[in-house]
Design a protein around this ligand. Sequence first.
Ligand code: AHR
Length: 781
Amino acid sequence: MDQNKQIKIDALSKQVPLGDLYGIFFEDLNHAADGGLYAELIQNRSFEFDPIDNKNYHGLTAWEKIEKEGAEVKIWVESENPLNDKNKNYLGVEVKASGKGAGFLNKGFNTGVALVEKEVYDFSCYARTERGNCIAVEVSLVNDEGVCYGKEHIVISGDEWKQYHISFTSTGTDYSVRLAFLIKESGVAYFDMVSLFPKNTYRGRKNGLRPDIATMLEDLKPKFMRFPGGCLVHDGSLNSEDRDSMYRWKNTIGNVESRPPRRNNWGYNQTLGLGYYEYFLLCEDLGAKAIPVIPGGYDPHHKGIVPIEELGPWIDDALDLIEFANGDVNTTWGKKRAELGHSEPFCLEYIGIGNEEVGEPFFERYPYFHKAIKERYPDMKVINSSGPFAAGSEYDRGWKSAKEHNSDLVDEHYYQSPEWFLANYHRYDNFKADEPKVFLGEYASWGNTYYNALVEAAFMTGLEKNAHAVGLACYAPMLCNVDYINWQPDMIWFNNHQVYGTPNYYVQKLFMNHQGEYLLPTTAVGLSNAASPEEKGIQGKIAILSKGVKTSFRNIRFKDFITGEETVSSDVELDIDEIQDLFHTTSSHYELKLKGIRRTGGRGFEIFFGETDNTNRFVWEVGGWQNQDCLLTATVKGRNSCLTQSIFSMDLDREYDLTLEVEERTIRTYIDGILMNETRDNLPVIEDIYYTASIEDNNDIIAKFVNVKDQEITVDVVLNGMEDKELTGNVYQLSGYLPEDTNSFDTPNKIYPDETKILVKGKFSFTFPKESVTVIRLGLK
Ligand code: AHR
């Protein structure tokens, strides 16, 4: 036993409560809801798909006519006599000759409708025909080879919309099935809200959720669930009636056939079948607190701004949502909740205003929401936003606003390289307990490998140790349908019949399952907590990229402050996407000066520096993203981190004076002499071991250890004051994997925590394998 290395846990002195620290974040991107968690098997069930949602969409997306030998069929979408005024489109079918089969089918999601033998599927649709007519329709579940797993008939009569129901028990398992309608005679019929749900939904709920995916969430034991986004909260028009409006919760409750069609800003259609009521039910089922996020009257993506004097209905939306969740059944919205089937309140404690907000308009509006909510619901915890970046002017603006208005929490988001997470392990060490708490509402390192998960685990021990300042944290995004990827990495992957958790999922699960109620003080003896990496300045190639635009540059000068040497480059004209190398330096104290003009296009340009190869470089984006950012990023091994950002947009045909200064690892940028960015890119530091400890209300002591290094380490774990006590419990461990290992549909549990029993005294020696995550949970014997 190496006597020098000890981690002492003060098991008798409960520190900060860990509260609701670890939770989950649901956003309908990657078809997380439709074609995902929401169990509906029919795609475009109400014929509302539209090019506004996705330029390739139309009312018949995912639908096809069936016209077998001798048949003649016409199908179309119309809206003259709709089911209701929110659900305008419906399908018209005219069979001129029924031949060997005439009708239409739905292709479902992914490879098709997924059926499991002996499972029951509930079909329903609204339909009508012409006055005085009856039409017989055969409804079947059939694959492209003609294998049928269930066949029933409905007879549609009259010209009024009526709902028809069938239950199928599938005679086989097949994941590429179509829902087919065959009409046996000539005539015209109309269909809408064609639905097929597995009877087996999560907890058997109607209009419910896929049990396999929901069970993965339940297994996490999250303390909270943030919803419904993400960008889809605030990306959209200001008019709640528009299909591309921001996410307005009142559109998402009530009968599914009366929920309006909605463009999901991730490029598809969102049925809203999984709306706010279903969300609150899911939270209840998971034992997670709801954290709804509502728009703050500003769309930073399109600069849509609600005038302050018109904010009233937006603030009412917030107050009404709280009433919908918590209000007595005699209140307007509490009554609506009761009518939907839940007379008990949902006990909402948190509400978020805005997603990742940048720009003054949001911060002008936030105080109105905050004040109104606190006046009516003083105990409601109100969450402010600090934008999409880990640092910079907008991040600071969010925190300033939060401090000024006494927000309870501030929503921080960052997606960064593993190296950034290691370098920023101590990010929250100096945050104060008496200021708004951090809600780390979206974070992930770029990737779903074991190494990503390992680094995230190390970082999470830092979140936990700083529970005085970090109130809530959730990985993002959570769900991804493999055939509809908008964003990756993601925590859980699925197709139409399988689901698996990534290594990142199992880290989250270990931390959520073993969070503990209170932090315990820990002290390390003989362990390095800040092994300095070899300090290396930023050196390498300097180049300009004209991404998507035409540009001109002149007066290009490089000055090496170490040698005093100055080099001049000739003027540069760049066409769209052209790149021009300028200098290469081995100095790490230098200055680049140039004058630059954007001649075309919707954004600015990029200046590369410190480039050692294609996958390792720094970038100064001038007028980046939608020509609204001035940011500095670091790419390490192909993975990007935003180091800092400020707001800046570049005028067309205007010349700007640009200066980049590098001093070892400190970077400064200036535009027209004004300091735009200043940051230090710290190199990653790998500590000997990352650790934290907590205690449950039942006195179970939990210690978490993460060894990121590629060598094992033996440590004495000492429970102060309990050294001679006998303790028993379990060890949960991830170890023995290669950094690049991951899970997949074929090997869903390749990376999966081992569980073993442990019997120890209150002082014991433990060897943590290289690259491992270990949770030790102990109780008195
Ligand atoms: O999680 C994916 C996206 O990342 C979210 O929509 C947004 O909030 C962030 O930019």
